[in-house]
Design a protein around this ligand. Sequence first.
Ligand code: KIV
Ligand code: ZN
Length: 517
Amino acid sequence: MNKNKIIIFDTTLRDGEQSPGASMNTAEKIQIAQQLEKLRVDVIEAGFAAASPGDFDAISQIAKTIQNSKICSLARAVENDIKAAGEAIASAKMRRIHTFIATSPIHMQYKLKMTPDQVIKKAIEAVQYAKTFVDDVEFSLEDAGRSEISFMKEITQAVIEAGATTINLPDTVGYRLPHEIKAMVEQMVAFVKDDAIISLHNHNDLGLGVANTLAGIEAGARQVECTINGLGERAGNAAMEEIVMTLKTRQDVFKDVYTDINTKEIITASKMVANITGIEPQPNKAIVGKNAFAHESGIHQDGVLKHQETYEIMKPEDIGIEKNNSIVLGKHSGRAAFKDKLKHLGFGDLIEEELQAAFDRFKMLCDKKKDIADDDIRMIVADEKLNHNKTYEIIAVQISDCSNGVPSAVVQIKHKDEIITDAAIGNGTMDAIFKTIDRITGYEGTLVDYTVKAVTEGKDALGKVTAKVTFNDDNPPMIGHGLSVDTMVASARAYIGALNSYLSMKDMLNKTKQHQV
Ligand code: KIV
Ligand code: ZN
């Protein structure tokens, strides 16, 4: 039997980033995009180019880096958005513009204040303009879940004639039930025939995002939009790992469809997204939660030991959880064991320089922390990958005891093979560190948000600091993350990470401007 491919459209970097607190900087987005490429995702929605210079920068850099997945930018059905999207993805090997306008009566009347005819006109213009940048244009009927089917058909016909090749039907507010999605998709698939692919984008407000997506696949949808760990606006989007593993595990039902996803990369992707965004999946989350394969009851444990399938419908190995990876690393472990561990944790592709830097960080961590868990290693390697070879790198931080004196800090920074040391006083220790960094780099930052979180276990846990800093009043805040057992060092790393992002964004925007002249 000829099977139909389900196109996996990942929107972790766009809708996923709309989760409160999930903002990522360019380096982090590139790291996630590379993992999505390893997963063999078909389309990566890398962001919303017109949203901010940071988004534009991230999409452009992802477009240059990724070879095997199509790179897409979201754009409202307005000229400036579409232009920004077209320019941001220009250097991608395979590219798509995703434009949208709301089609439900409530959105058209109250949000857009437009008549249905005006909405259709805008949609046609948007698709035609997008076609001047790319061949592949996706059109979304925002709030399709609450739109009238006759109007959906009318606008769909118009945008297909204008050149759209994928029609996405978002259940924007997560309102629909599986049988309703199934009926809607059946009608739309019959309507578009082979002229376009019908796609789904289901939000999870009633906890039905994945169920609705699967119902739509049964009805003939051939693209699904989803995110790692189900991240996304409000209650999130349908989780990619759940959709993909359901299709794989229940091939008896989903006989005629398949995905190209390499499921063995799922756990690495999930942990990476959790580490970077700081949003950990709940322990009982399907597929990737900490307890998803943990058997607590004696009866279950006994059953699994006798025959795995008694209580397991999937194998942990299928999503990349190593079964017998019992090597525990510590103070006395050498480079070979470290390298082997990295391979098991999905970091087998580190270049020599990154490997050495990560090994040095690991050795330093062993001096401060007794038990080194896999998550500690994951965190330091990811952090090293993100901060290695950047414009500025924190080498050392030393602070004075501020309890009965003037808070002061000495900071050492590497910049283009030069090590620069300076000191400053401040209104508190952290302020002194940031002021010293400003003195060394010559950029004055304003801290607009700061959070610190333990990301591994134990009293000597690794702390992750997220700093949002503006370096110029006109610019939106840049995000930096820093990791260390010492909060002050993590703070310095986060602050310098934000500066590196700012410089990389400025550089990219300058290059784009020069290119346009
Ligand atoms: O939920 C939604 O409607 C969206 C669209 C922009 C596709 O995210
Ligand atoms: Zn959405």
